[in-house]
Design a protein around this ligand. Sequence first.
Ligand SMILES: O=C(O)CCC(=O)C(=O)O
Length: 299
Amino acid sequence: MAGHTNAFPDLERDLRFCPLGVESPRTVSKEQISRYNDQGFLAPIDVFSNREVADIREYFDDLLMRALAAGWTAGELTNWHLHCRGVYDLVTHPRIVDIVEDFLGSTVILRNCHFFIKLPGDGHRVSWHQDASYWPLTPSKVISVWLAIDESSPANGAMRVIPRSHLHPGVPFRRSTPEEHNVLSQTVDNPECYGDAPFSLELKPGQISLHSDWILHGSEPNRSDRRRCGLAMRYLSSDVRASDGWNKDSVICRGADPSGHWSNHPRPAHDSIPGKQQGTERTTRSFTHGWTDRGATAS
Ligand SMILES: O=C(O)CCC(=O)C(=O)O
């Protein structure tokens, strides 16, 4: 199958990796910022105590149960900060935003969030990919936070990264095959050609990892008897521009967007499970189908 290098040939995008970090960070150290820029990720960082994450897990268990009862699958919980107060409170949590501010500066915008859930034996994997490849955004001033709600280990399919691969933006990819059981749609073959050996992001509940939108990452199926759930949150700075409506689900967590490009959704009044009709458009826009290979440029 042909390899593609540009998922959006009609869009003018600056595909370079943008080093992040403010002059005087207040929460992380300068050394951590340069490690992030050098390696493309940073982990683990303690955010929530055992008590706090036990409450988060209890909240999430209930949310997932109600979502499944309403007909959603475990892979579809995208942008529920728009409907659920508890999710909104997580993605705008001051301790998370403080960390992100040290990378992006005084304006921090949440573009999207997604629960990456792997149930024991569900066979789902996340094939190796670079996020910025299938996101219609420019420039790449975007950072992902992945919060471990459950413990994340190699046995239950922890995320893995290829350190330094963010320095190779736009590596060739192909459309994933059904046999891969990839929850996304792109696959990069031979990821080890683009950086160091794969590194497993083992996290205790309540810890986070940070990763660049250009780092190669993915995860194997959950071969344990324990669930693996993480909440991925994507933050960006206000000068990033989005196409295809990818600016519609955002929250301005800190600072301001004078251009008005980014939506600023209010805190939901309740924890409502969206109807399938209402939520599906957002899942489609923000997650798996940002890219179709019809217009992609082959390498
Ligand atoms: O949770 C996973 O295994 C993959 C997550 C991922 O691809 C991401 O957060 O960008």
